[in-house]
Write a protein that binds this ligand. Structure first.
Ligand SMILES: [Zn+2]
Length: 242
């Protein structure tokens, strides 16, 4: 963290500049060093504290602490990414999803991440750390028996009643996920996937993941992410807007 000015215009009062406090004396310098993660508005005294949520260098979160009596305390105590604070700043204090809902638009976030190369007519919508899981059928047999698999969990042959099959979710990779206006891209340690939004035929959300189904693919992909609501709503909106 070496940025001096966090916001040219404070998201709380829209008047001041939010920056790192300048040390005037030696003792202030010591104090400032202790609070090096803190950015303060020179007008309303609201402060933003840098917090690291995900181990990703491009994702910076800042927690707001409204210090003064301000009319709009809506975002007090909230811990949002720099990109989201910028959405609030530019869009009349609306949260990202509120803004998406109200304007029926997708945010253009301009995440500048080397690993994801975008087309000219494509822009980034959301980005974050992700795991990739796949549902796999695990088959168990009693020794000496073998059945013929007809469908999920149904077997015929001598071993009826002995063989069983159940789906198991396996994490197969970990990396980063990016949603753009055209694609959902996973960049993992071992595998890269680029799913065109127009090919998605199934989308669901869990408390810690989104599940994505693709036309040509039998199994769905389960992408473990933080804030599934955000990923789900933004992906859904991006598909609608194709
Ligand atoms: Zn302010």
């Amino acid at each position: 963290m070496s940025v001096r000015t966090l916001f040219d215009k404070c998201p709380v009062c829209k008047k001041g500049v939010v920056r790192k406090p300048e040390a005037k004396s030696f003792f202030e310098k010591v104090g400032a060093a202790l609070n090096s993660g803190k950015y303060i508005c020179d007008n309303c005294d609201s402060s933003f504290t840098y917090t690291k949520i995900q181990p990703l260098t491009n994702f910076e979160f800042y927690k707001l602490n409204v210090a003064k009596e301000e009319k709009n305390k809506k975002h007090d105590g909230r811990n949002l990414s720099l990109h989201e604070w910028n959405v609030i700043l530019k869009n009349e204090n609306l949260d990202l999803l509120e803004w998406v809902e109200k304007t029926n638009n997708l945010p253009k976030m301009n995440f500048d991440i080397e690993k994801f190369i975008l087309d000219k007519n494509e822009s980034s919508v959301w980005y974050g750390a992700s795991t990739l899981c796949e549902e796999r059928m695990i088959r168990k047999y009693d020794s000496g028996h073998a059945g013929i698999r007809l469908a999920k969990g149904i077997y015929v042959g001598k071993s009826v009643g002995h063989a069983e099959s159940h789906p198991e979710l396996k994490q197969i990779d970990a990396g980063e996920l990016m949603l753009t206006t055209q694609r959902l891209m996973f960049n993992g340690q071992y595998k890269n996937y680029s799913i065109k939004l127009k090919d998605i035929n199934f989308l669901d959300k869990w408390t810690d993941a989104i599940e994505v189904g693709k036309k040509s693919r039998q199994k769905t992909m389960v992408l473990g992410i933080e804030e599934p609501d955000k990923w789900f709503t933004l992906t859904q909106k991006a598909i609608q807007k194709l």
